[in-house]
Write a protein that binds this ligand. Structure first.
Ligand SMILES: [Zn+2]
Ligand SMILES: [Zn+2]
Length: 328
């Protein structure tokens, strides 16, 4: 049977609509019919050739909602079961990182829509150990952004510890989810967007932000932590300047422009800068349990699979409110 996908053939070129022959699932694998796949900023970095060790062609997409249509040997899942497939697509299971619930750092980890063909497609093959049940309260379209924006945002929030006042730089898909979770947990979100981007600031307030302003503005009080979702290294010293002593700046993106040199006094006082890499299965399980309790509301815009390039262009220019979701 032939199945359609949007494939990246060469860096910097638009994705191409292709037909490919479906392979049956191998041992431990599951074949899913894709019901929805959200578009992530990482997909832009992929298309732009900003991620190392890219092997082409590749089908992007790592926020996949699909239903089981066939299983390989050793997989006990019924046809029709709905599953989510996130960015972390495989890990060795035996290294020190894997054995300490840090499979996100496994040297042999492989990633969906990067090293494994992803969800910009009618069908996808996935490792059943990295597929997850999704909460019933979310339909396919609204569940898709939970899988990366939600889960990685949640991991960033975890790294902020018990911070009460949290700055968020870049108010897109991840921030709009995490702002709701943080407020539900009794924390305050201070949202920073591009200076003058009134629409983003208004959106942040609608998502429960306590305060919203431009990244050049000074927040009304010192913050306990800052999460940076925008891929802009200049924001690191800015965020350091906005947090109190012993506060943490969490860089949530997979790629960031260079961080400019800054004076030591910004880091002094036991301030911490750290990154968040990928996600663990524990993050997915915890977040999927949490999301319906908040309940998280995801703002989505649907695009046909063949319009994936349009969705990417809209994300690039900041014209999306919430997350773009492809519906095959
Ligand atoms: Zn992502
Ligand atoms: Zn490992």
């Amino acid at each position: 049977m032939l199945s359609q996908c949007m494939s990246l053939e060469r860096v910097g070129e638009p994705l191409r609509l292709k037909s490919r022959e479906l392979r049956p699932p191998g041992p431990g694998q599951v074949l899913l019919r894709v019901r929805a796949c959200a578009v992530c900023r990482t997909d832009l970095h992929l298309v732009d050739g900003e991620l190392p060790d890219l092997r082409l062609p590749i089908v992007p997409g790592h926020e996949i909602v699909g239903e089981v249509i066939e299983t390989g040997a050793g997989v006990d899942l019924a046809r029709g079961v709905r599953l989510g497939v996130p960015w972390l697509g495989a890990a060795c299971g035996t290294c020190g990182f894997c054995r300490s619930e840090l499979e996100n750092l496994c040297d042999s980890a492989r990633f969906t829509g990067f090293q494994i063909d992803g969800g910009y497609a009618e069908h996808v093959l996935a490792d059943a150990r990295f597929c997850f049940p999704l909460p019933d309260a979310f339909d396919d379209l609204h569940a898709a952004p939970l899988l990366c924006a939600g889960v990685i945002g949640y991991r960033c929030l975890r790294m902020a510890g018990d911070a009460k006042r949290i700055g968020v730089y870049g108010f897109g898909a991840a921030a709009h989810i995490i702002a709701q979770v943080a407020r539900w947990q009794g924390r305050e979100i201070y949202a920073f967007s591009r200076p003058g981007d009134e629409a983003a600031q208004q959106f942040a307030r609608e998502c429960g932000a306590h305060w919203a302003g431009g990244s050049d503005a000074t927040p009304p009080q010192l913050l306990d932590a800052a999460l940076i979702f925008a891929p802009v290294g200049d924001l690191v010293p800015i965020a350091l300047g906005a947090i109190r002593k012993a506060g943490v700046v969490v860089c949530g993106g997979i790629h960031m422009s260079d961080i400019p040199a800054f004076r030591y006094s910004l880091l002094w006082g036991e301030r911490v800068v750290r990154s968040v890499a990928n996600l663990t299965r524990r993050d997915v399980r915890e977040f999927m349990e949490l999301a319906p309790r908040v309940p998280v509301r995801t703002e989505v815009e649907a695009f046909a699979l063949a319009n994936a390039n349009v969705a990417l262009a809209r994300l690039r220019t900041g014209q999306l409110k919430g997350a773009a979701v492809l519906v095959p």
